[in-house]
Design a protein around this ligand. Sequence first.
Ligand code: NDP
Ligand code: GDR
Length: 366
Amino acid sequence: MAGAQQSLSQSQPQPQPQALSAIPKRALITGITGQDGSYLAELLLGKGYEVHGVIRRSSNFNTQRINHIYVDPHAAGARLKLHYGDLLDSNSLRRVIDMVNPDEVYNLAAMSHVAVSFENPEFTGDVTGTGALRLLEAVRSHIRSTGRKVKYYQAGSSEMYGSTPPPQCENTPFHPRSPYAVAKVAAHYYTVNYREAYGLFACNGILFNHESPRRGENFVTRKVTRAVGRIKVGLQRKLYLGNLKASRDWGFAGDYVEAMWLMLQQDQPDDYVVATEDSHTVEELLEEAFGYVGLNWKDHVEIDPKYFRPSEVDNLRGSAAKAKAKLGWKPRVHFQELVHMMVDSDLELAKREKVLADNGFLNFAI
Ligand code: NDP
Ligand code: GDR
C-alpha cells in the first residue's frame, strides 16, 4: 500500500498539555517499519494509544509490515501517523518529538544485522549507538522546553553479553563481539547516563533473540523457514548457512513487545532482561523446521564459509527472573510452537509464489 508513505503528516497542531487528560496517550516509535515496530504498534493501538512512527525515506516503499494497521490520516479516528525522520539526523528527531508531544518514546530503530555490522562498522556505530544518543538529547530538550513527562525505552540486545557464558542476567558483564554489539553497549550506557544525570524515565530492555513470520529474511530463523517453504513446494533445492553450532534463546516478537510496554508502566525506570530461558542450536532449529514438513535438513543444507562471522557469539540463554517478578511478564510462545508458526506462514507464502512461478510471473533459478 503506497498510502502509508504518501500521506505523511506535515505539521499537524497537537493538543496543549491542559487538554491531554481527555485524549489518548501518545507513543512515538522509531523503527516502526521493522519486525518489533509493527508488533508494538499493534499492541499500543489495541490499548487505545495514538501511535506515531518515524520512517526514513527509501526508494521503495518499506511499510509492508504496518500496511494492515494503517488508515488514511484524514479519516476520522485515525490513530496511526507516520513522520519522516532518521536517527542520523538530530534536527529531524527534535522536529518530530516537538510535533508529536509523546508520552512514551520507543527507540527500536537500528542497523540490526550483526554480520552486516562487520561490513559497515562505522555506519552501524552511527545509527545504532550515536542514534540513541541523538534521540535521548531530543527527548531531554523537549522535556526542558515543555516541562512535560516523557518515558523512553531503549532496544538493548543479548548480543551485548557476547562471549560471557550463560545464563545471562541484568548483572552479567558485557563482552560485545561485533560492531553492532559494541554500538548497543554504547546505547545502553547513554540511556543509563540520561537516567542518572537528568532523571529521565529511561529503561533498557535487554532482549534475547525474538522472531516471527515478520522477521527479516536474512536472519537465520526466517532464512531457514523461508527455505523450508520453498523447498517443500519445489521452488528451491539448497540452503547455504554458516555456523550451525551457535545457540540462541529464541522467543516470539509478539510476546517481547509486551515487555517493552510494561517497562514504561512501572513507577521507577529500570533495566530488564527479556528471554525464554531456553536455548537451541541452529542445527536444532533445522531439525525442527525441516522435520515439521517431513524433510531431512541434511539433504538440503550446505555450509558456505562466507556466513561465518569474524568473531562469533556461541551461546546465549537469558534469565528473565526480574522481568517475571517485577513486570509480571512471561513468554507465551516457546521454541517448537514458534518454529511451526513460522514454517506454516512461509509454506503458505511459498504456495502463492508457486502459483506465480507456474504462470510465468516469477522466476526461480533452482
Ligand atoms: P529490524 O531490522 O526488523 O528493524 C529495524 C528498524 O530500524 C526498521 O524500521 C528500520 O527502517 C529502522 N532504521 C534503521 N536505520 C534507521 C535510521 N537511520 N533511522 C531511522 N530508522 C532506522 O529490527 P527488529 O524489529 O528485529 O529489532 C528492533 C530493535 O530491537 C533493533 O534496535 C534491534 O537491534 C533490537 N533487537 C532486536 C532483537 C531481535 O531478536 N529482533 C533482539 C534484541 C534487540 P527501514 O525499514 O527503513 O530499514
Ligand atoms: P543474531 O541473529 O546474530 O543472533 O542477531 P542471526 O539470526 O543473524 O544469527 C543467529 C546465529 O545463526 C548463525 N548463522 C546464521 N545467521 C545468519 N543471519 N545467516 C546464516 O546464514 C547463518 N548461518 C548460521 C549466526 O552465526 C548466529 O550465531 C539477532 C538480531 O536480531 C540482533 O539485532 C539482535 O540484537 C540479536 O538477535 C539478539
